[in-house]
Ligand binder design. Sequence first.
Ligand code: HEC
Ligand code: HEC
Ligand code: HEC
Length: 127
Amino acid sequence: MLYNKSAVYIGIVILVILLTSPFWVGLFGHNYTSTGITTPKDQATCIENADFMRAQHMRLLNEWRDKALRDETRTYVATDGKKWEISLQNTCMRCHTNYKSFCEKCHLSNSVSPYCWTCHIIPTEGK
Ligand code: HEC
Ligand code: HEC
Ligand code: HEC
């Protein structure tokens, strides 16, 4: 009897986890680890940590654009206090030199296509 009861409880727990999984994914960020992207090997970290970047880089880029265009601020202060020039081209793409094997690879596998590159320049070949 006891055995059956705990089986039911375990079943309920599993069900709850499954039903709330979109919430957990939202909380901890998406898992894009299977996309086979290459991150810069000569740099230790991104502007913010990798988890934040993975989940929030679109929002960060929007914030950057607004800062540059509305506030005319060209400096971003990261969580760790480090200062960065606000520039898609000169900051992001200077480290992530290979657009194809980084940004584009992950976007393709997630069916996203940012429309930025009609105006901004796509770096063609990383070294
Ligand atoms: C100083 C070099 C540098 C700059 C500047 C930089 N990155 Fe990164 N980025 C990295 C490194 C190194 C990693 C891998 C970090 C890790 O794995 O801990 C990374 C990771 C990322 C990731 C997560 C990739 C993954 O592991 O899933 C995204 C997304 C990203 N960067 C986007 C950007 C964007 C957008 C910008 C500009 C706003 C930017 N990066 C600027 C070096 C940089
Ligand atoms: C690890 C995977 C991954 C990498 C690497 C990555 N992105 Fe993304 N990006 C995404 C996903 C997934 C979305 C859509 C997420 C959403 O809408 O919530 C996205 C959305 C965006 C958007 C918003 C597009 C829109 O139409 O709303 C921009 C801009 C963007 N990425 C720029 C970049 C740039 C620039 C780089 C390279 C420096 C990069 N991303 C690297 C996964 C990635
Ligand atoms: C219609 C053309 C156009 C499109 C499309 C566009 N931008 Fe821009 N963006 C501009 C212009 C013009 C500036 C101002 C450049 C300056 O003043 O240096 C700018 C500035 C920025 C800046 C701050 C300064 C810099 O040099 O990086 C960021 C970040 C940025 N855009 C990100 C994006 C992202 C991300 C997308 C796609 C989601 C995008 N833009 C789409 C035209 C565009």
